[in-house]
Design a binder for this molecule. Structure first.
Ligand code: NDP
Length: 312
């Protein structure tokens, strides 16, 4: 009997229970799933989110996998008691949701619609014809599961598209792919719209700082659905005030919820969204969880394992 423990947001349990049974029943394994445990050494798999009950993994001595329900893994990777394999969440609903958010806000910045939303009655801004997408460069920092899919959508729409990752990508001929410091400099220098889809790691902390903002095009727009830690907020606010950065759409922040007195809330060129860019969709996520459990039981490699040495 495989023993699975759900240790995540209790509010979601009813929906997870229903969909996990549906997905697990299809792979015909003898399993038991619960939200509580008496004998941690008997648990095989933990379905985990940082807001669940399990914070100390030491007693789970026979655990095969911790399956994170979130794409971001900064909390479990910082947990010193978690020495077992850890998988992050990659699932179609999360990816499609992020593409919708990114595409929507890329188009908003591209078309300059905020200008018209903010126009006074009678203010006829008729000389603001947007450029063509094919004449606009969109840079995507982070070409992982989410970043690469979004970059492909952006390129498919017709924008010039470039992207940056830790390791060099080659397979996507319609996206200019870069890595390393020089690669980052190239992207910063050429992007009209910059999308941040990097994870929160020591290397990406405050990657958008005063030095890197100085390398950007004047009037660049920044969209950040990645993590709040990617941005030095003081540097971004200074750049927004000077006009170096024309506008920013920010979904994630160093402190969430974003405090009511934060200057982002009232800055006329900042749109704050409350960490809603995307989310794990329970029905599609459960298929991925069941597949990883099937793999574990068949001694096949797990999907989407986190490399703790690099932090994502
Ligand atoms: P992945 O792990 O699949 O991709 C991360 C990407 O970042 C990879 O391309 C990786 O490079 C690149 N990267 C990591 N470190 C560096 C570095 N030091 N220098 C350059 N590139 C780097 O993550 P996902 O695409 O699944 O998710 C990205 C992030 O999106 C998550 O970590 C999370 O923070 C955020 N997120 C936000 C949500 C929201 O609602 N706002 C929802 C879901 C996720 P390489 O390809 O070489 O490994």
């Amino acid at each position: 009997m495989i023993k699975i423990l759900y240790s995540a947001d209790p509010v979601d349990w009813v929906e997870y229970e229903l969909n996990l049974h549906k997905a697990l029943d299809q792979i015909e394994l003898d399993y038991q799933i619960s939200t509580t445990y008496n004998t941690p050494e008997e648990i095989d798999y933990i379905i985990y989110a940082p807001d669940g009950t399990v914070q100390d993994f030491n007693a789970f001595t026979n655990l095969k996998l911790v399956q994170n329900l979130w794409a971001g893994v900064e909390v479990p990777t910082a947990n010193k008691t978690l020495t077992q394999p850890l998988a992050r969440m990659v699932e179609p609903g999360l990816t499609l949701g992020m593409a919708d958010y990114v595409m929507g806000h890329v188009l908003r910045h591209h078309l300059g619609t905020d200008k018209f939303s903010n126009a006074r009655p009678g203010e006829w801004l008729g000389d603001n014809i947007p450029a063509l997408a094919q004449d606009r460069m969109v840079g995507v920092l982070g070409l992982g599961e989410l970043g690469l899919y979004c970059a492909q959508k952006i390129a498919d729409f017709g924008f010039q598209t470039c992207g940056w990752s830790r390791t060099q990508k080659t397979k996507d001929i319609n996206i200019e792919c870069y890595n390393g410091t020089k690669g980052l400099d190239s992207i910063l220098a050429k992007s009209d719209i910059l999308v941040l889809l990097l994870p929160n790691t020591p290397e990406t902390n405050h990657i958008i700082d005063a030095d890197n903002i100085a390398k950007m095009r004047d009037g660049v727009a920044i969209i950040n659905p990645g993590r709040g830690t990617l941005i030095n907020d003081t540097a971004l606010l200074n750049a927004l005030n000077s006009g170096k950065v024309a506008s920013a759409t920010l979904d994630v922040f160093q402190t969430e919820p974003l405090p009511a007195d934060h200057l982002y809330w009232t800055h006329s060129n900042v749109l704050v969204t409350p960490h809603i860019a995307s989310s794990t969709r329970i029905n599609t996520a459960c298929n991925v969880i069941a597949e990883n459990i099937r793999r574990g039981e068949n001694n096949e490699p797990f999907l989407y394992l986190v490399d703790k040495s690099v932090g994502y």
